[in-house]
Design a protein around this ligand. Structure first.
Ligand code: ADE
Length: 251
């Protein structure tokens, strides 16, 4: 899968792209990341990428021409033999909330074009003409879209086959609407706190039941909103009711 990232600050990506799983995904060719400096598409002597807003107000707005030229140049770049659609996504606090569901949807594409907004925003006309979709990574405002683009890249890349062990994806938090069960590793007793005995009992069935219940318990305590959409069995519901859940009572 290919990620094209359009930014005024390509240097912000060097750390995250050169460590751990993402680094290996790039080295193995499972993902390709191309960074494009929007400033390279300016045409004036000062390489101006932003300007003051019409109508006044604080801050600067990203100019239409360099950003549009950069997006168009990137879309014109061939991507191997695959000529599929590449959605152009603007990272912005106004966008749709980025969730695991959105990550899974984006992982179906061969290519994503991620546009990092800066300053107070981008000229609205570029949004209208060239942006297919806007994503926000949460209800807070960052100094720009770079960290958000990196979050999207990271969450999508790990869903690309071969990037991580497939088993880790199916049981993890959010993939089926439940939070993760607690994990332990050696030593069996740490600062007087023992690992739950069931985990060293060797009973696979018991371990699975305990883990499922931990996930249900934890989701109810921390994110009860997720239970509405979670895939629950009758046994799950019965257990949740013993914990005081009444979420599936008919209105
Ligand atoms: N740019 C600034 N804040 C952002 C956010 N929360 N998500 C995505 N892009 C952003």
């Amino acid at each position: 899968m290919r990620f094209d990232i359009l930014t005024l600050f390509p240097g912000m990506f060097s750390g995250p792209l050169s460590e751990s799983i993402i680094k290996r995904a790039i080295q193995s060719g499972r993902i390709t990341v191309a960074l494009h400096d929007i400033r390279e598409y300016t045409t004036d002597r000062h390489r101006t990428a932003d300007d003051t807003p019409y109508g006044g107000g604080a801050g600067m707005v990203m100019k239409a021409e360099p950003l549009a030229a950069c997006i168009r140049a990137v879309l014109a770049m061939p991507h191997g033999a695959v000529a599929g659609v590449a959605p152009v996504i603007l990272l912005s606090p106004d966008g749709q909330l980025f969730t695991q569901r959105v990550a899974a949807e984006l992982a179906q594409y061969e290519r994503l074009v991620l546009v990092c907004g800066r300053y107070e925003g981008v000229d609205e006309r570029v949004r209208e003409v060239l942006i297919d979709r806007e994503l926000s990574i949460g209800d807070y405002v960052l100094t720009g879209g770079e960290l958000a683009a990196m979050v999207v890249l990271d969450a999508v890349a790990r869903l690309v086959p071969g990037v991580i062990d497939a088993a880790s994806i199916t049981e993890e938090s959010h993939s089926d609407g439940l939070l993760e069960y607690p994990q332990y590793t050696r030593p069996a007793v740490w600062e007087g706190r023992a690992v739950p005995p069931v985990l060293i009992s060797g009973h696979h069935g018991e371990v699975a039941r305990w883990r499922r219940r931990q996930r249900l318990q934890r989701t109810l305590a921390r994110r009860p909103d997720l239970l509405v959409r979670a895939a629950l069995t009758d046994e799950d519901r019965a257990y949740l009711r013993t914990l005081g859940w009444c979420g599936d009572d008919a209105p």
